[in-house]
Design a protein around this ligand. Structure first.
Ligand SMILES: [Zn+2]
Length: 151
């Protein structure tokens, strides 16, 4: 389990209702070789949500059907859908003060990072080059087709 990317954000299962923060968590989002992990942080966002401790959710790559940026009112979100029909919404942030202004940029980065990580993991499992998608010879350091250096 290698950590590929880490971000913080507001997170909930299902639809994010912007006026109602009861079921929204402030979580750390970890993208790893196994999938996505959400860890509820022992921190409150003053005036927005109450303290939520001990929140933990793991979504393996095999459960995730899609991840994409979407919009709700003025807020840009990342929506993650699973094969079992559940979905999760995330507002990624790097600055609590300006999180609405930055939600477009942060959501684009997060959705792109999730999709890139997923395709890289799937390629490596199928022994395909993550760069060009051509099959690889076992135990090679470089792709025989495009020369991409392999991890
Ligand atoms: Zn290649």
């Amino acid at each position: 389990m290698t950590l590929l990317y880490q971000a913080a954000g507001f997170f909930c299962e299902g639809e994010m209702k912007m006026v109602q923060y009861d079921n929204v968590y402030y979580a750390n989002i970890h993208i790893t070789t196994e999938g996505l992990t959400f860890e509820g942080q022992n921190v409150s966002a003053p005036g927005i949500i109450k303290h939520n401790a001990g929140f933990h959710l793991e979504l393996p790559w095999s459960d995730i059907s899609s991840a994409y940026k979407t919009k709700r009112r003025i807020m840009h979100l990342v929506k993650i859908e699973t094969h079992s029909g559940k979905f999760y919404t995330i507002v990624p942030l790097d600055n609590l003060k300006h999180f609405i202004k930055q939600s477009k940029k942060n959501s684009l980065i997060l959705a792109e990072t999730i999709n890139k990580a997923r395709s890289q993991i799937e390629s490596s499992q199928n022994n395909l080059c993550p760069e060009c998608g051509k099959p690889l010879k076992p135990d090679s350091d470089f792709c025989g087709s495009c020369g991409h250096k392999l991890p």
